[in-house]
Design a protein. Structure first.
Length: 190
């Protein structure tokens, strides 16, 4: 999948060095509310993603700069429920230099378009830490609706227990959300 200088390709061990460099840009693994791998854990991060792909419950992508081939970050389909045509988009993170740019909007347009238009999903969901306000803002900007909060839902990397904020978008909401996201993406490129 590719658009506006961003390319999504299946994550592989070939992306290890690029993913490590992206994580180093901003030392993102130090944030307790993200899933960014520590530099020495990058290979394990990819191996875990590949094992989840083999199990059928996650499909991870490397997010690339289409021109240079540089790895900018990663995003995944996960919690895939084929029988109800639902999946979630998550495990998303980008190098610090790519945050607050067109990268996330473009990446999500590609992933949502593929989920709704190609895979025929009825629902696409997102989840984030209740203290990850930047992520909540980014998800809401996509046009997703807040479903609620699951209290005491997961363990953070520092061992504390987090509440998880859940969002979703139904297929009928996708055309309007897509139009708005295209407008926002193209407006920023003027």
């Amino acid at each position: 999948m590719s658009d506006c200088g961003i390319q999504l390709v299946p994550l592989s061990l070939a992306h290890e060095e690029g993913l490590r460099a992206a994580a180093l840009d901003g030392e993102l693994w130090r944030l307790r509310i993200t899933s960014v791998p520590e530099p020495d854990q990058t290979r394990r991060y990819i191996e875990d993603a590949l094992a989840m792909r083999d199990a059928g419950n996650r499909f991870a992508f490397a997010v690339l700069d289409a021109k240079s081939g540089d790895v900018l970050g990663s995003s995944s389909y996960h919690d895939i429920l084929a029988n109800v045509k639902r999946l979630e988009i998550g495990y998303t993170w980008y190098a610090k230099r790519c945050q607050r740019t067109h990268v996330n909007t473009t990446c999500k347009l590609l992933m949502m378009g593929h989920a709704f238009d190609t895979l025929g999903c009825h629902v696409v969901g997102w989840r984030t830490d209740n203290f990850n306000f930047a992520s909540q803002t980014a998800i809401e900007r996509l046009g997703a609706r807040k479903d609620g909060v699951i209290r005491g839902h997961a363990v953070r990397r520092d061992g504390t227990i987090r509440d998880t904020v859940m969002y979703s978008m139904r297929s009928g909401e996708w055309p309007e959300a897509k139009a708005q996201l295209l407008y926002l993406r193209d407006k920023k490129r003027d």
